[in-house]
Design a protein around this ligand. Structure first.
Ligand code: 5GP
Ligand code: ZN
Length: 114
């Protein structure tokens, strides 16, 4: 059994609410959301940190994040903006060792900032 929780989600072996999926990546809701609709975009191929990720694949992950950041404005979430965040490495407080891009919908009046 794969001990990477995001690989297990990708494989459908662990539960998650997937919001987008193609051959290359999937996006699912964060289990401890900072804001409603907080999502993680993950490449299907395991890469622990950006150092291990093909640059073209990294660009593809960001492209999906870009699209989702626009989609949350048009969706029922009615976001006014979004934070796109990637914690790369334990020094940057990455806690799950499989590259993931956070897409965090934001509303005017939200009280927290990064
Ligand atoms: P990091 O701190 O590594 O950038 O963020 C890891 C994120 O993964 C956290 O926001 C955390 O809530 C989320 N997370 C950790 N384990 C799981 C899980 O099993 N399922 C889902 N959906 N999210 C998870
Ligand atoms: Zn993995």
């Amino acid at each position: 059994m794969n001990d990477c929780v995001f690989c297990r989600i990708v494989a459908g072996e662990a539960p998650a609410t997937k919001v987008y999926e193609d051959d290359i990546l999937c996006a699912f809701l964060d289990i401890r959301p900072i804001a409603r609709g907080h999502m993680l975009v993950v490449p299907k191929q395991h890469a622990t940190e950006l150092e291990d990720l093909d640059a073209e694949l990294g660009a593809y992950v960001f492209r999906a994040g870009h699209r989702l950041a626009l989609a949350v404005r048009r969706s029922t979430l009615a976001a006014d903006g979004a934070n796109l965040l990637l914690n790369d490495g334990t020094a940057a407080f990455q806690t799950v060792p499989h590259v993931h891009l956070h897409v965090i919908p934001r509303k005017h009046g939200d009280k927290f900032r990064f």
